[in-house]
Write a protein that binds this ligand. Structure first.
Ligand code: PEP
Ligand code: MN
Length: 367
């Protein structure tokens, strides 16, 4: 997909923060006024948190789990804002949530993963946001479907909202992984390629589901030049009413943030730039060679197609491909290339070989 100009504003124009990355933190849910205010104060004391988060309405996968305090929690927003002086962010899933959240002074809204999957829900919220000046963060949909994420961003953008960021919170997949929601980093990377100006925030809490993994996932996000992190925190994580295993204490949050290595997007250092250019030239040369080899392979495939045709043999021979799929990843491993990558690569090569040979055979059929 081609690049789209999304004329969105940088985060620093709508949340004041001096140190990269932006940090949004706070409990999964606003449980009590005391819990919200005291967590907010402890976070404020760290001097490293730029906005407080807490769920007022919690869309839970199954009924009978805590679904948020709803309306009764709204006045607590004012209390935590007054106590900390920090902006407050919460999740909205209906036009009514938007209206109520804004009435009680919410500074930043986010659309949750269970809402992003539904274009009707997103459009209803977009309509409610028309003419409203509030930042909106859009979480990725639960399922690994980039188009739904893009669609939700476009709907909010088309409603006139320009203070937008995406939140990467991971995806449900059938494969068993060590994550609660598999990060599938290639999806947010593709989003960034399509919308280069769109800020991206990582939510390592919902990706990992485990407090011990939050640091490594946050670092990975920063290495990919994400703009910010949204990390769930709680004064007493084990007693949290929702998402207990992934929340960290404010002290633990401070340790995580201090240990993070912040990388620069780029560097002006002349030596660095020179060396970077040199390596990129070498990569360009390697890519050219790679394509030459691919071209050679494809012309051999074409010859093979003709030969099969002449001898009236079917294009696809399963034993041959089983052998290719088995041996190539094995060869790759010996060369220190990841076998899964090579398996994927050869699936593509296989498809193209079949296409090419079919073309050869069909051309001859016509003659
Ligand atoms: C949350 O941020 O607490 C939340 C429910 O997130 P998600 O929509 O990513 O599941
Ligand atoms: Mn949560």
């Amino acid at each position: 997909m081609s690049k789209h100009e999304l004329n969105v504003n940088p985060i620093s124009s709508w949340i004041p923060f001096d140190k990269k990355p932006l940090i949004i933190s706070g409990p999964c849910s606003a449980e009590t006024e005391e819990q919200l205010v005291n967590t907010g104060l402890a976070l404020k004391k760290l001097g490293k948190v730029d906005a407080i988060r807490a769920g007022v309405w919690k869309p839970r996968t199954r009924p009978n789990s805590f679904e948020g305090n709803g309306t009764i929690a709204l006045p607590w927003i004012k209390s935590v804002k007054e106590a900390t002086g920090l902006p407050f962010a919460t999740e909205v899933a209906t036009p009514q949530h938007i209206e109520e959240a804004l009435k009680y002074g919410t500074d930043i809204l986010w659309i949750g993963a269970r809402s992003t999957v539904n274009p009707f829900t997103v459009q209803e919220m977009a309509d409610a946001l028309r003419g409203v000046d509030v930042p909106v963060l859009i979480k990725n949909p639960i399922n690994p479907e980039l188009q739904l994420w893009i669609g939700a961003i476009e709907r909010i953008y088309n409603a006139g909202i320009r203070n937008i960021a995406a939140i990467h919170r991971g995806f449900s997949t059938h494969q068993k992984t060590k994550y609660r929601n598999a990060p599938l980093w290639q999806i947010p990377i593709e989003l960034k390629t399509i919308f280069p100006n769109l800020p991206i925030i990582c939510d390592p809490s919902h990706i990992t589901g485990k407090r011990t993994m939050i640091y490594e996932t946050s670092q990975r996000a920063l290495d990919l030049n994400y703009d910010g992190l949204m990390i769930e925190s709680h004064l007493n994580p084990d007693q949290a009413w929702s998402d207990a295993s992934q929340q960290v204490t404010p002290d633990a949050l401070e340790q995580i943030i201090s240990a993070l290595r912040i990388r620069e997007a780029t560097s002006d250092d002349a030596l660095f730039v020179n060396h970077l250019e040199e390596l990129r030239h070498k990569i360009d040369d390697a890519d050219r060679e790679l394509l030459e080899v691919v071209a050679t392979r494809m012309s051999l495939v074409e010859k093979l197609g003709e030969y099969k045709k002449d001898h009236n043999v079917a294009i696809f021979q399963v034993e041959r491909w089983n052998e290719v799929f088995k041996t190539r990843p094995e060869w790759a491993e010996r060369m220190n290339i990841h076998k899964d990558f090579v398996a994927e690569l050869f699936k593509l090569i296989h498809l193209e070989s079949i296409r090419k040979q079919t073309e050869v055979v069909e051309k001859e059929n016509v003659q």
